[in-house]
Structure formats: C-alpha cells, structure tokens
Design a protein around this ligand. Sequence first.
Ligand code: AHR
Length: 716
Amino acid sequence: MYTFKKLFCKIWFGISCLSVFMFTDTNAQTTKLTLDLTKPSANVSPMLYGLMTEEINHSYDGGLYAELIRNRVFKDNPTKPEGWSLVQRDTINSKATMKIIAATEDNVPFDERRHAINGALQSCLRLTVEKAGGRVGIANEGYWGIPVKPNTTYNASFYIKGTASIQPFRRPGSQQPQQPSGPVIEDNTAGPITVTIESNDGQTIYASGSIDLVKSTFWKKYELTLTTSADVKPTADARFVISTNRTGLYYFNLVSLFPPTYKNQPNGFRQDLMQMLVDMKPKFLRFPGGNYLEGPLITDAFPWKTTLGPIENRPGHKGSWGYRASDGLGLLEFLMWCENMRAEPVLGVYAGYSLNGDHVDSGTLLKPYVDDALDEIEYVMGDVKTYWGAKRAADGHPAPFKLKYVEIGNEDWFDRSNSYDGRFNQFREAIEKKYPKLVCISTIADAQYPTQKVTSGKKPAVLDEHYYRNSWAMWENASQYDKYDRNGPKIFVGEWATREGAPTTNLNAALGDAAWMTGMERNSDHIIMSCYAPLFVNVNTATATAPKAWQWDSDLIGYNALNSYGSPAYYVQKLFGNYLGNKIVPVKAENIPTQPRPLTRKDSTDGITIAPLVPTVFYSATQDDKTGIIYLKVVNTTGKQQPVEISIKGVGKISPEATLIVIKGDKPEYTNSITEPEKIAPVTLPITGIKPIFTRTLDPYSVSIYKLQTSKQQKN
Ligand code: AHR
C-alpha cells in the first residue's frame, strides 16, 4: 500500500534532490575572481577604518582608563560605599565603622557638612576607629580585583583628614543636636598610615608603603609608590588597603592607584589595551558615544567641560549604561587616545536629544547647546589664543588637534518628535559659520529612516548608518553598498557588528564582519568611514559585591583586571586595517556559490516562504599605487574547502611568491577568551605559484588576505 508516509518521503526526497541539484549545479562551476587593473580605479577612503567608543561594559572605568580604585570619590552609590569594605584584624579588641558622608547633596545632616574638597568632591568616606586592637582600615576591591604583577610600581594617592571629632560650627542661638553623630575620640590620629596591595584574605602583602599623617582638620593629599617584588605571581585576587592601628576619625577622598600606564602618560591608559588599539592602525576615533553622548536625561549628556583638568575637578556623571562614570577619561584623554593611535577624532556633540525621549526644540532653547558644541570644538582645534584653546594649553596640550568631522547627536531616529531636521540645521549652520572646513554628519541615514531624514537646508554631506545583525543578515546584505547612489551623501557606518557570541564575538561573527567589510571596502569611494561597536568589554561576571561588568553582548576586545584578548572579530578588524591599499581594484566575480539562509519571523511577515540564497564567498581587492602591492581579501563562510581561480587582468609583472594571512577555525562557534586568548588568531604564511591566473583553495570558515607583489600598474 502506498502509505502517506511513503508518499511524503518520496516527495521530500525529490525536493531534497532538487535542492542539492540546484545547490551543486551553481557550486560545481569554478568560482572565479577577476581583478581588473585595466579599468580606472577609485580611491579607497583614507579614513575607511576607525574605532567607535563609549563608556559601556566598563570600557573606561575598569577598562582602558588605568585607574584601579573603584568608586574613588564615593559617589557610585549614595546608600553604601560600593567597592569598599572595612578591614579589622582583631574584631574583639577593635571597634570601627565606616560611613559615606554627604553622598546625596540634599538633606546632609549638619554635623556631616564641611567635608567637601571642592564643588566636585563633596562626598567622602569616614572611618571611625573607637578601639584599635590591631590593624583597622578601609579596603578597595578594585574593578573585579586589583591586578598584581611582578616588578611593578604603582602610584597611590589619596586625600585624608586626620583629626578628631569636633563640634560643628553653629550660628549663635541655633539648636544643638540631640545626640552627637559619632563617638568623641581623642585628637590623636597623627602618625603613620599604612598602604598596601594585599591578598583578599589579608594574608599576603604584595606591596607596602606608608605616609606620615599630619594632624589637620583640612584635606591634605598624600602620595606614595608601592612596588611589587620580582617573584610575585600575577593575580587579581587582591585588594588595596589603607590602614592604621590608632583610634581616630579618618576622612578619605579621591583614593587613587595607578599601575604603569601607556607611555607613562599621567592619568593614562592601560598598557595592554591601548597597544591592542594602536596595533589596529585605526584612522579615527568616534567619541564619546553612542548612548553615552546623550545620557538618559538631558542633564546627563556627556559633560565635557567638567571632564577637563585635574581629576580633583571632575565630579563624574551618571553615564548611560547603569553605572556612574568617573570622567577620569575625559575630553582631553579622548584626544590623547587619538594621538596615541595617530588617529583623528570624529567628535560627537550633544544635539539636544536624550535617551528617555526628551528633546530640546531648535531656536532659542537649543542655542546654549549649540554654543556648548562650539566651545567644545574650540577646545579640540582652537588656537591657543582662543578661550578654549588656551584652556587646552593650560591642560598640557598647546597644539590643536586635527578635526574634520563633527557628528550632530547620536541615533536621532529614535526622536519621535521629528525635531532633528531643525536641530541638525541649527548646529550645522553655526558650526559651518565658524569653521567652514568642518563637515557635519547627520545621524539619520536616508536609506534606513527615509521618513525622518534631514530634508531642509543643504543635504547633509555625510550620513551615519548603524547595523547590528546576525551573520546571515551580514552575508545577505554584504553587497548593499554596490547599489548606493554615488550622487547621494557619503556614508559613515558609525556603528555596526555581527552580534554572535557573548561577551565577545565568535568566529561566525568574524565571518559575518569580514563579508560585510568586503562590501564597504569595494565601495570605499562612497563609504568613507566605518567603525565597529562596541569596542570593549570587561568580562567579569557578578560577584558577591559587584554586578556583572557588561551590558552588551558581542564585543570586540575582552579583559579582566589582569589580562586581555582580541575576539576573532578583533583580528578581522586589525587585518582589514593593516592590509589595505589606496586604490579600489574592480573585481568581477563568477559562479559564487550560495546557500539558503534560514527563514526568519520577518520573512513570514513579509510573505517570503522560500529561503533566499546568500553567497558563501565574499571578496574585495585594493592596491597600493606606490608599492604595487595588491591586497585581495576572500571570505569562505562554509565548512567546506572552496577552490577559487584568481585572474589579474592587465598585470605587468607579478612575483610568484606572496604572503597569505589567514584567520580560520574548525567550528564557527569557536571563540577566544581569557583562558584561550588565541584559539582563533591570524597565521601568516609564505605562498608560491602566483601568476596572472592562479588557483587557491580557501580553507573552511576562513578569511584569507593575499598580499601580492605586482609592478606598479594603476595610473589613476
Ligand atoms: O553600541 C551600543 C549602542 O548601540 C550605542 O550606544 C548606541 O548608539 C546604539 O544603539
């Protein structure tokens, strides 16, 4: 009997054969890439690959900014001294407490006033030692640990008032408090104060020093260095402790501990992370966000003016990702970061729209924000004779920074009031009037948000597009820029990533990225800048005292207090930036194999019932017209080897020897981590047999960059 099941199997077999036939039919023919050196070629944008940054995932505090003390000005949590704990060796014979003073600016009890260092540092930590039967102090846990490394000198500093409790000043006739707020302690706190980096159980001291506390009712800054010995084993299972064995009231503020920084810059950057960025050779840095530019409320926007000067003058601010920002990494540090990488700033200025949806109307209400942006631009690029240029010089950097691009806001398509048109034009007119050479970038891309785009005034010269996709979507859309109208505004892909893998991306995401990047590179006459996001992630999970460090999955560079690593996507970014010519080489592709992509929910809404075929091989080629070197990038997204015939039309001489740089892995879900930092990492190999027409076999799941030496060919 011909059962239904048999019939179903037969039909299914038929369909399968058909699809295999369709799949293999296309795939059976040799894949060919013909690089054409005879055709006029366009320039690769000199700014094509850059970086985007913001304070997310503890990118700066607990990341690139080298400060090791968490909550150094005691503002992170108004209800408790987050990151701090009491150290009390002998709990029977000691009596000590600690308390945050003036953590909120309202309703500060009378006896807790008068402890501000200045307007920025108003709250502090009080250690009350009534009985000291042994060591008593305060410990900071750092950002998921204090990193201890051998032979390392740390710079410690803090403000302290070492004095006894005194009655606060009261106006004559004012009411006396019912009860004194703390114990009355003898005025006997002057003397040595011990400072240590030690194991969390206090049993091992890795580095130690002391300061001589002066008896004073006023704040005084103390500084010292702490050096570890050569035989110390690296660990992050450590804390920073300031301790005493004398009774007293001790007030602390701005407690800081810096390891050696990148190029020993003061208030500087973590060495390993900055080096990883420098190695990418990015051409620009887009900052300060992202959402971090906007803030949850209008009052939380990136407060660049209070991020300048000595760290004592920086109150910090709320941040946009659920934790406070110390602003130790402020505007000048962003610019120094650019300078370290020899990159240009792409400055995002706050444009009157914040994340909760509030906006400031264009016109007189918006004018102060426009003026603020003009001041900021002057700080970046103004001559020392200008007001803000002089401030920058006073902050230690007289030379103006090069600036060409200013981005007006961030992701203003979220602003449902449709006020961006007016806001953008008001900013642009004021900026162009004062700085005619600056280019203002609109955050609303015509192609993505056609109903919200800027329509009045001049057409924006550059539009910022953002894409967060999975690898299927990246592969499917990798050629979207082949079709862009060259007469339209230039495109800045200011945030994008293949989001697969957590917290850092996996190999499959890197294959999505690489495919997408070939599309940007082929069209880099029009796609003038691009930057991946987010850049950084502190990979620590929650502990008993600290929350999980990150808020966003699929990031580029991961780290904990001690170590760091690049994701497979990091290596793709690095290689694409490092191996790039200045001329686009046109490539004709034939018989590119395809595979059906799984249907999505959106497909069903759009009425798509047959899985669309997406390419499995992606490519781009550029040439350096000075050296003649061709950089051919080819991506194979499948688990099969893929032969490719490569022809170079119009090539004069070509060296039979070349270099292949390849990133690959056996499984697309393979990834890097703190414990396996280089499971997926590029390998560089010499290859031979290169001719005007040659065949190479692409490895499964691979990104291959062929560095081919030709005689100099291209004329335009
Ligand atoms: O990159 C993470 C966030 O994604 C950015 O802050 C924001 O601009 C985008 O929505």
